[in-house]
Design a binder for this molecule. Structure first.
Ligand SMILES: [Cu+2]
Length: 148
């Protein structure tokens, strides 16, 4: 084999490896450690933590659900919002949390659209101000396909 053919072969292999990594990074973002698809979980909110609960379960496309945030310790929370996105641009899906009487915060009436591609994998980005410091944290949420 000629030298340039070997070099070309190596470039193709390198591109395939890089491409594979890029796809993995896109589908399994390393910043997302919390997955709320099957069960509730706890996330870091600056210097404190909070439980996140989804009701009712399982979350499905076009079916309203609520996302409740329960701080694990005393913390001053403001401007809590959650934005849902997926790989495809599905338009804005933004919700605001309200303080509830029991000390938790709740975003009610969340309705996520049904993606025409059949993709059910969403990401939630929760933002707010915790003890005067801006916080941002992400979680994964794979919706459950409705029964036919
Ligand atoms: Cu879509």
């Amino acid at each position: 084999m000629r030298k340039w053919q070997t070099a070309l072969g190596m470039v193709v292999v390198a591109l395939l490896v890089i491409g594979g990594f890029a796809v993995r990074l896109r589908t399994t973002s390393p910043t997302v450690r919390l997955d709320l698809s099957q069960h509730n979980g706890t996330l870091d909110l600056g210097n404190s933590r909070a439980d996140l609960e989804i009701t009712p379960r399982p979350p499905q496309p076009l079916q309203a659900f609520a996302l409740r945030l329960r701080p694990a310790s005393q913390v001053e929370l403001r401007d809590l919002r959650v934005a849902f996105t997926m790989r495809m641009d599905m338009g804005p899906n933004n919700y605001t949390f309200e303080a509830d009487t029991d000390g938790s915060y709740v975003a009610r009436g969340i309705v996520l659209p049904k993606c025409g591609s059949g993709n059910l994998d969403w990401f939630g980005t929760l933002t707010g101000v915790a003890d005067k410091l801006p916080v941002e944290t992400r979680f994964a949420l794979t919706l459950t396909k409705p029964a036919p």
